[in-house]
Each structure stands twice: as C-alpha cells, then as structure tokens.
Design a protein around this ligand. Structure first.
Ligand SMILES: CC(C)(COP(=O)(O)OP(=O)(O)OC[C@H]1O[C@@H](n2cnc3c(N)ncnc32)[C@H](O)[C@@H]1OP(=O)(O)O)[C@@H](O)C(=O)NCCC(=O)NCCS
Length: 126
C-alpha cells in the first residue's frame, strides 16, 4: 500500500486535486513500519483532509499488518505539520538532528503509535 491521491468529493471544487497522503510501508535495515505522510495544496489546508487521509490509511494499515508500528517523521521547524501529526494521535518518540538539512540547528521529530526499540529508532532516524 502506498500514498493516495486526494480529490474533493463535493462542493464547488468537486473532483479537484487536494493533495496526497496516507500510510506507506517503509523499510530501513531490518525495520519495517507504516510511514504516515501528507501534503496538501495550500488552499486545502484547514479542512481536516490530513486527518481524513491518515484515518483511512491507518484503518488499512491495521487491517493488513497490525503488528507494524505506525510512524511519522516531521521537521521540528514545521509547526503546522507537527500539529497535524499530533492530531492524528501519534506520540513523540525522539527528537534529533536532521542530517539531510544544511542548517546545523535543524531537527527532526519521530512520532509513533507505540514504543519503539533503540534499533528501530536508529534505523528510522539514520
Ligand atoms: C501539514 C499539512 C498537510 C497540514 O494541513 P492541515 O489542513 O492543517 O491538516 P489537518 O487535516 O490536520 O487540518 C486541521 C485543520 O483543519 C480544521 N478542520 C476543519 N474541518 C475539520 C475536520 N472535519 N476534521 C479535522 N479538522 C478540521 C481544524 O480545525 C484545523 O484547523 P487549524 O489548523 O486552523 O487549527 C499541510 O500544512 C501541508 O501540506 N504542508 C506541507 C507539507 C508538509 O509539511 N507535510 C508534512 C509531512 S508529514
């Protein structure tokens, strides 16, 4: 299962692209998780679409592999994304440097729906 394309179902913009998101299988080393991600067109912000697609993604993830953790990785400096992820009910597992950001002060937050082992955290933040 991968991310889904979101289109408005009703209203004046019915059928128009809203964004994409959901839960996708992600493997790093021996760790496999359901990764939650979403990106919406700015005009679609503030309507709960990220919540809707995450809830649908988690229902499918749970039906397919309930044994796998559901996670999200978010830039600490992106408060809107953090709020959206926290609203889905995921909890912060760890916070650390963002190795891919040229800004040495940039940090990433790892969220999950359950506790993760040290090996899982290392694999997901490498
Ligand atoms: C991150 C991002 C998806 C969040 O979008 P969003 O619309 O704020 O997300 P949500 O689905 O959580 O919407 C919640 C907002 O909708 C409102 N809302 C309206 N109807 C709602 C409903 N039926 N259910 C839930 N929330 C609803 C909430 O009150 C809240 O508004 P507020 O932010 O003014 O408090 C969006 O900002 C984005 O695409 N950013 C760029 C990409 C990005 O950073 N992605 C994250 C990587 S994981």
């Amino acid at each position: 299962m991968g991310p889904w394309v979101l289109r408005a179902r009703t209203g004046p913009g019915a059928g128009e692209l809203v964004g994409s998101g959901g839960c996708s299988l992600y493997t790093s080393g021996t760790t496999t998780v359901w990764n939650t991600a979403f990106v919406l067109r700015p005009q679609a912000w503030g309507q709960g679409y990220a919540q809707e697609v995450t809830a649908a993604g988690r229902r499918c993830a749970h039906a397919l592999h309930p044994d796998l953790p559901v996670i999200a990785v978010v830039a600490a400096g992106n408060p809107r994304s953090r709020r959206a992820v926290e609203r889905t009910g995921l909890r912060t597992v760890c916070r650390g440097p963002d190795a891919k950001d040229p800004d040495p002060t940039a940090e990433l937050l790892l969220y999950a729906d359950r506790g993760l082992s040290e090996d899982q955290v290392r694999a997901l933040t490498a």
